[in-house]
Design a protein around this ligand. Structure first.
Ligand SMILES: *Cc1c(COP(=O)(O)O)cnc(C)c1O
Length: 427
């Protein structure tokens, strides 16, 4: 791989002095994130402010419990940090209650199980290969081994959630919990339809908006809050915060959620992360973030149109949100081969199963892409033809083994990226 840019100036002086080996790895990652076109839909670039908050001395403090009810003294500042984060979460999403302590999305969802179900109880979610998440009762996850997971999917003809199946399954199984939301869903989620089914089945309805939280906050996707009992979300995807999670709930479920997170599942909260979540929520409440959320969706729509025009098959025929799931079967390239070739071309995606995939999860038919990161760098709909063209050339080069073309694309990508610096990265 050719070296496309000179070394960045020292960006972490203390780290560089104490541990040059590790500092060099961080510097290399900064450069990789600066030079590549990052299309993984669950990733983003946090702001310099979020990055700074997550690297503070709040890291040094233990604070098991909740503000005003801690098991350790010296919480004068920590309590205020956590109260700021929860108040901002409630205001931004219009929720009764917010808990910002879950370490990440997976523990947040395990806490939801702990709050509302007993081991062995039935829980329901979307199947992983259909676009659901592991932690919605899928077999290899604790949520699918300690609980009895039943799973719904999408219709083979439309690629859209099969609400007849959701309803039949819910009424037959009467699950304690129904999860809606997922990791590879390119379309708007109909929370009201899920709510009606959950009411009939007597189930607690949880919307897992990990992927779309930023779109919801920015008004570019309908909010689940009026319809569901609990909202689970990561904070590091479209919401553009630090790696972490939040649970929001109706007041009647507030105690159950808090008890499940601590002491049910976790010990001390990661206060530096709580602080960075507070900063991200503050940023997400600004008018500019609404523009960002809408631009993410506009970019994805434009990119989908450009890909369709180049003969690509997209699951569900397109996208309503930040995410596009491409089925490469008709291009005669396995998803993993395409993903690895695109990576060599400076375009970072992940290989992904498509619904009813005849191939195996570790070697599936599709790739999953999204626009949160490129939009954070200021790319707009005008740029999406170029992005689609690179993907098209890259996928063709993957099939023919044309490494020269991949290297050429990598240089072109780096040029465009250099003109659009990413938030939070040294320039
Ligand atoms: C990313 C994601 C999670 C898990 O989050 P981690 O922080 O990786 O544990 C949970 N649910 C959904 C829908 C996700 O997309």
């Amino acid at each position: 791989m050719t070296d496309l840019s000179p070394a960045l100036p020292p960006h972490h002086p203390a780290l560089s002095a104490a541990d040059p080996e590790l500092a060099a790895l961080v510097g290399a990652e900064e450069r990789l994130q600066a030079e590549t076109l990052r299309l993984i839909p669950s990733e983003n670039y946090v702001s310099g402010a979020v990055l700074e908050a997550s690297g503070t001395v709040l890291q040094n403090k233990y604070s098991e419990g909740y503000p005003g009810r801690r098991y350790y003294e010296g919480q004068q500042n920590i309590d205020r940090v956590e109260l700021l984060a929860t108040a901002r979460a409630k205001a931004l999403f219009g929720a009764d209650h917010a808990n910002v302590q879950p370490y990440s999305g997976s523990p947040a969802n395990l806490a939801v199980h702990l709050a509302f179900a007993e081991p062995g109880d039935t829980v329901m979610g979307m199947a992983l290969p259909m676009g659901g998440h592991l932690t919605h009762g899928w077999g290899v996850s604790a949520t699918g081994t300690w609980f009895r997971g039943v799973q719904y999917g999408v219709r083979p003809d439309t690629g859209l959630i099969d609400f007849d199946q959701v309803r039949d399954l819910a009424l037959a199984e009467r699950p304690r919990i129904i999860f809606c939301g997922g990791t590879a869903l390119p379309r708007t989620i109909d929370f009201a339809a899920f709510a009606e089914i959950a009411r009939e089945a007597g189930s607690v309805l949880v919307a897992d908006i990990a992927h779309i939280a930023g779109l919801v906050a920015g008004g570019a996707h309908p909010s689940p809050v009026p319809h569901v009992d609990v909202v689970s979300t990561t904070t590091h995807k479209t919401l553009r915060g630090p790696r972490g999670a939040m649970l929001m709930a109706r007041e009647e479920h507030a105690k159950a959620i808090d008890k499940a997170v601590f002491p049910g599942l976790q010990g001390g909260p990661h206060n530096q992360t709580t602080a960075a979540i507070a900063v991200a929520l503050h940023e997400a409440a600004q008018p500019a973030f609404r523009d960002y959320a809408h631009a993410v969706v506009a970019n994805a729509g434009a990119l989908a149109a450009e890909l369709l025009a180049r003969g690509f098959d997209l699951v569900s025929g397109g996208t309503d949100n930040h995410l596009i799931l491409m089925d490469l079967t008709s291009k005669d390239v396995p998803g993993k081969v395409a993903a690895k070739a695109l990576d060599r071309a400076g375009i970072v995606v992940n290989y992904n199963t498509v619904p009813y995939d005849p191939r195996k999860p570790f070697d599936p038919s599709g790739i999953r892409i999204g626009t949160p990161s490129l939009t954070s760098r200021g790319l707009g709909t005008d740029h999406m033809a170029a992005v689609a063209e690179w993907i098209d050339r890259g996928v063709t080069a993957a099939r023919t083994g044309d490494e020269d073309t991949l290297a050429k694309i990598r240089a072109e990508v780096a040029d465009l990226m250099a003109a659009h610096p990413a938030p939070g990265l040294p320039v």
